[in-house]
Design a protein around this ligand. Structure first.
Ligand code: UDX
Length: 436
């Protein structure tokens, strides 16, 4: 099939490349000439494991190409996916900003030729697909098209395997013709028996928000229970294991930490709260999850401060990991962006390491934070070492070397990677999250 992907951000690039890998012919369109020029040269703007090799392979095999010429990319396509950004609105009201979606719709409309399915891939509020339909009909009353919703559930750092082996694919359509086009696009997944959940357009649009909000609630829940564990002297690791074994609860997303970040949970929880307000409804539980997440980040500042004896002023803090999760260079809404500036402003010197995120971090962190080459440099002469992001390379550090390099052996493990007993035996003053 012929697919055009509008937007070469995270979602557009991964989705377009994976569709090409399925065997479809994919044209990825973006307005930013420099980005397209780089993509043509095989330079990928984001770090996502396996993506560069997959782009190269599909470009070489002539199933994937990059262009700024939207006009030429639309007429031949069986499906045009809209995967442009939907950031939180600058008005600060939590709404998703749909400017780029509507702009793309207006630009696609005049070039449609033959039956085409326009697919919203970006996360958009309920009702957006209907708006896209209205815009295109107004611009091009003769166009033969349908609009569908096909939310993505990709996790950064695991996006390619999530795409190739999804738990399910959700397609929201309002007729069988559009459904058939989407089923044909996802046909390669039938071989591995991936369930395709076919719903109305509104249901598909809301499904994405509901899935992300549920996961955000689950994380905030376990973070709150971790705090209760600290208060009563219980252990969250054993507790999470025990409740997770209940099939109704499930063991995933029960890892306490410094709070969730990233491009989806913070943005989509706020957007959902705003959407339901318009309908006179509430999502109290989601609102609570958002509040708990903000409190969790603040609690981490206090945890680090307490580990330093009550004040960070004049102390040196080594930091392992800056990104919101491992295997990405994405700093969006990373807990480190609120935790480290809070300590820095109170007079702490900060030496941070991250395997991929330093360049991105520099854009958002206060000037004066020092960036180092590896974990051991972060530990050198530090009064405390904070494990912020659970990159694999921090999982088996030579702890004796770390201890000997530090001014005092204080280890704050915000991801519960290390065993408290072992760390204590090595002479560390160890603090985790929700552990005795
Ligand atoms: C998420 C959803 O998982 C994905 O389906 C959706 O399409 C986009 O948003 P992503 O943001 O890439 O994906 O990362 P994810 O692995 O879900 O983690 C999000 C945040 O939650 C991270 O900050 C992570 O550290 C945190 N988290 C996750 C926890 O603190 N504890 C957990 O148990 C799981």
């Amino acid at each position: 099939m012929k697919i055009t992907m509008i937007g070469t951000g995270y979602v557009g690039l991964v989705t377009g490349t994976c569709f090409a890998e399925f065997g479809h012919h994919v044209t990825c369109v973006d307005k930013i000439e420099e980005k397209i020029a780089k993509l043509r040269d095989g330079i990928i703007p984001i770090y996502e494991p396996g993506l560069d090799a997959l782009v190269r392979k599909n470009v070489n095999e002539k199933r994937l190409r990059f262009t700024t010429d939207l006009e030429a990319a639309v007429p031949d396509a069986d499906a045009v996916f809209i995967a442009v950004g939907t950031p939180t609105s600058r008005r600060g009201d939590g709404y998703a900003d749909l400017t780029y979606i509507y702009e793309a719709s207006r630009e696609i409309a005049p070039h449609l030729s033959g039956y085409t399915v326009i697919v919203d891939k970006s996360t958009v509020p309920v009702g957006t697909a209907r708006q896209v339909h209205r815009i295109i009909s107004e611009q091009n009353p003769d166009a033969d098209f349908d609009v569908a919703s096909n939310p993505e559930f990709l996790r950064e750092g695991a996006a390619i395997s999530d795409f190739m082996r999804p738990d399910r694919v959700v397609i929201g359509v309002d007729n069988e013709r559009a459904e058939q086009v989407l089923r044909d696009i996802y046909k390669p997944l039938y071989l591995i028996e991936t369930p395709i959940v076919c719903t109305t357009i509104e249901t598909a649009e809301l499904t994405k928000y509901a899935a992300n909000a549920f996961l955000a609630v689950k994380i905030s829940f376990i973070n709150e229970i971790a705090n209760v564990c600290e208060a009563v002297g219980a252990d969250i690791t054993a507790l999470a294991k025990a409740i997770g074994m209940d099939g109704r609860i499930g063991s995933k997303f029960l890892h306490p930490g410094p709070g969730y970040g990233g491009s989806c949970f913070p943005k989509d929880t706020l957007a959902l709260m705003r959407i339901v307000q318009e309908y006179g409804e509430n999502v109290h539980i989601v609102q609570a999850a958002v509040e708990v997440n903000a409190a969790q980040k603040a609690r981490m500042v206090k945890k680090i401060r307490d580990s330093l004896g009550g004040s960070e002023a004049g102390k040196t803090i080594g930091v392992l990991g800056l990104t919101f999760k491992p295997e990405t260079d994405d700093m969006r809404e990373s807990p480190s962006l609120s935790i480290l500036p809070a300590l820095f402003e109170k007079g702490a010197a900060i030496k941070a390491h991250d395997p991929k995120g330093i360049e991105e971090a520099k854009k958002y962190m206060p000037e004066g934070i020092q960036y180092v080459e590896n974990a051991y440099e972060a530990a050198a002469d530090a009064d405390a070492l904070v494990l912020m992001t659970e990159w694999n390379q921090y999982r088996a550090l030579d702890m004796e070397r770390i201890r000997d390099a530090m001014r005092q052996p204080v280890f704050v493990d915000l991801r519960n990677v290390y065993d408290p007993e072992t760390m204590k035996n090595l002479g560390f003053k160890y603090t985790g999250v929700g552990r005795k």
